[in-house]
Design a binder for this molecule. Structure first.
Ligand code: PHB
Length: 398
């Protein structure tokens, strides 16, 4: 016996309640556009998922100027540059001087907390622990999806527009018909070993290090908690890494004649993070639109993931808003092409930063030296520095 689903009628049905889905929900609600967000995970799980922590100024503005929360300004840390370290030497880039821009260090899980709180404050309809099992009628004017909530109750959402904001393992993406989709991807022969440690900051800003042992990133979370990563084998097991071994490895990768030393402390989180470059084209099918990781993923080296997701959301929000105010689908029809322009710029930047800073195991010595030549080219010229700084701080939103 099959039980009839409960019907939910709305304007926009959003699959995925991470930062991208919640930001879109927030912007739509502010303009009076009804929406429902359905998210598979529970609030705690998302809150405890550690992701990157760098926000472009435009992403900060999307949080502050739309009334999400000002916490990013008080708890976030404005950074005016990064340090590119190679051959054991520091090469600071000053973004303010180079391109008159800064970025803000504010962990992605805090962005999620702020957005979730804002949706709750404003009476948003966000269903956690609700798994979408079916998406239907995408090529009609009433696309639908079905989901089951934590109590096993089946629902069917009837909307004008469906948005897939369900991350890199997107269910929504898989519902686009074969023959109407193209995937582009690069796999990398390495991953990142990420740690959280209770220690003081080792440097005022982020250090991206290329070393003969491989890449390391010295990032931060607060005055007392630091985030660091080192390049590792994708099959590496965290159990094989004692605290001492981790600190030795990180220290070797930032060591140099200047005697630079990391400030160490207890490590309370260890994770191996695999990554790849991926783009789905187009980012839409019928009345369904993909945003963020559901449509594309980048390696974390350029810190573009969340920033790119917010840029998609902005473009899609304006298209949906125009659809309701003008009754014309023109901007919706242009969403994929417009969003993909920025996606491919970010793909290029992230791939470039990754290849320039990492050293594959058994790397061809020519390629290793070539990457150092590239770092030298970038850091020894103001134009080179500006190219990196402009990309890192973010090209203007469309
Ligand atoms: C982080 O702080 O987690 C972080 C920062 C910059 C990156 C990647 C990750 O490029």
């Amino acid at each position: 016996m099959s039980v009839a689903p409960r019907i939910i009628k709305t304007q926009v049905g959003i699959i995925g309640g991470g930062p991208a889905g919640l930001m879109l929900s927030h912007l739509l609600a502010k303009n009076g556009i009804e929406n429902v967000v359905v998210e598979k995970r529970d609030h705690e799980t998302i809150r405890n998922t550690h992701r990157a922590g760098i926000l472009e100024a435009q992403a900060v503005t999307m949080l502050t100027d739309t009334g999400v929360d000002g916490r990013v300004l008080t708890d976030g840390d404005e950074h005016a540059g990064i340090d590119l370290r190679f051959n054991g030497e520091s090469h600071p880039l000053d973004f303010r001087d180079l391109v008159d821009a800064t970025v803000t260090l504010y962990a992605q899980n805090e962005v999620f907390v702020d957005l979730a709180a804002a949706r709750q404050r404003d009476g948003g309809d966000i269903r956690y622990e609700a798994e979408v099992t079916e998406i239907m009628d995408l090529e009609t004017e009433t696309p639908k999806f079905r989901f089951t909530d934590a109590d096993g109750q089946l629902y069917e959402v009837h909307a004008d527009i469906i948005v897939g904001a369900d991350g890199s393992r997107s269910f929504a993406r898989r519902q686009m018909p074969e023959g109407k989709r193209n995937d582009f991807k690069v796999e990398y022969p390495f991953a990142w070993f990420g740690i959280l440690t209770e220690a003081p900051k080792s440097a005022p800003e982020l250090i991206y290090a290329n070393s003969p042992q491989g890449f390391a990133l010295i990032s931060q979370r607060s005055e007392t908690v630091q985030r660091m990563y080192f390049q590792c084998d994708p099959n590496e097991k965290v159990e094989n890494w004692s605290e001492d071994r981790i600190w030795d490895e990180l220290q070797q990768r930032v060591a140099g004649p200047d005697g630079f030393e990391l400030k160490t402390g207890p490590i309370f989180d260890k994770t191996v993070l695999g990554f790849r470059s991926f783009v789905r084209e187009p980012l839409s099918h019928g009345r369904m639109f993909l945003v963020g990781d559901a449509g594309h993923t980048v390696p974390p080296t350029g810190a573009k993931g969340l920033n790119l997701a917010f840029a998609d959301v902005k473009v899609l929000f304006e298209a949906i808003d125009s659809f309701y105010s003008t009754k014309s689908p023109t901007l919706l029809d242009g969403y994929s092409d417009l969003a993909l322009k920025r996606v491919w710029k970010a793909q290029n930047f992230s791939y470039w930063m990754t290849s320039m800073l990492h050293t594959p195991v058994n790397a061809d010595p020519f390629m290793t030296r070539r990457a150092l030549g590239e770092l030298e080219t970038v850091t020894s010229s103001r134009y080179g520095q500006q190219y990196l700084a402009e990309s890192y701080t973010g090209w203007p939103h469309a």
